[in-house]
Design a protein around this ligand. Structure first.
Ligand SMILES: [Ca+2]
Ligand SMILES: [Ca+2]
Length: 189
């Protein structure tokens, strides 16, 4: 083999080694990133199934609610409530996610309303007496898509799954108005 061919062969080997090292490093980085985060605890938080899979709904008012492809925050779908009368108990809820005693959690959701109005949000016990496992609070919604973040420490004994996240419209009056929820996420921190 000539010196030139020998040098070329080495150049090719070094190039191949370089690219292999590079892709290995990338893989290690993405694995480490994935391993450092806690998993999403909610099902279908972005309503991307196109329906209310994972969610339940109750109202004693008159409210038409549905999953719509019009003006979502993320993806292609958003949850919408068109309210005639708010009622005294109107809630979108998800149950059965695990909470661990004294662990820190973060709830994130995006909302948009036809007017500025008050939405209630709570993380409570689903069964028994609905005692507070996380918080019971309200947020003032605005007429553009806005992110809301609520950090809390789980107030339960050991690990519980009789849990309920509820968004309740009857914290205010939404008579004749509408609101949207999208990209709802609950993760341990
Ligand atoms: Ca969505
Ligand atoms: Ca209880």
């Amino acid at each position: 083999m000539s010196k030139l061919k020998y040098a070329l062969l080495w150049a090719i080997i070094l190039l191949l080694l370089g690219s292999a090292t590079h892709s290995c490093a990338q893989m290690m980085f993405s694995n480490r990133t994935a391993a450092s985060g806690y998993p999403e605890l909610l099902t279908n938080g972005g309503f991307e199934t196109g329906d209310e899979t994972g969610w339940s709904w109750y109202t004693d008012g008159s409210i038409s609610r549905y999953v719509s492809g019009t003006d979502p925050h993320g993806g292609t779908n958003t949850w919408v409530a068109d309210v005639t009368t708010t009622g005294t108990n109107s809630q979108l809820l998800q149950t059965g996610f695990p909470l661990m005693e004294a662990a820190n959690y973060r709830l994130i959701f995006w909302a948009k309303a036809s007017i500025t109005g008050t939405l209630g949000i709570a993380i409570i016990e689903n069964d028994d007496d609905h005692s507070t496992y996380g918080f019971v609070t309200t947020r003032s919604l605005s007429t553009s898509w806005t992110q809301y973040t609520i950090d809390f420490t789980a107030d339960c004994v050991s690990t519980v799954t009789d849990t309920r996240l509820r968004f309740y419209l009857d914290a205010g009056s939404w008579d004749g108005e509408s609101l949207k929820l999208d990209d709802i996420s609950l993760k341990r921190q």
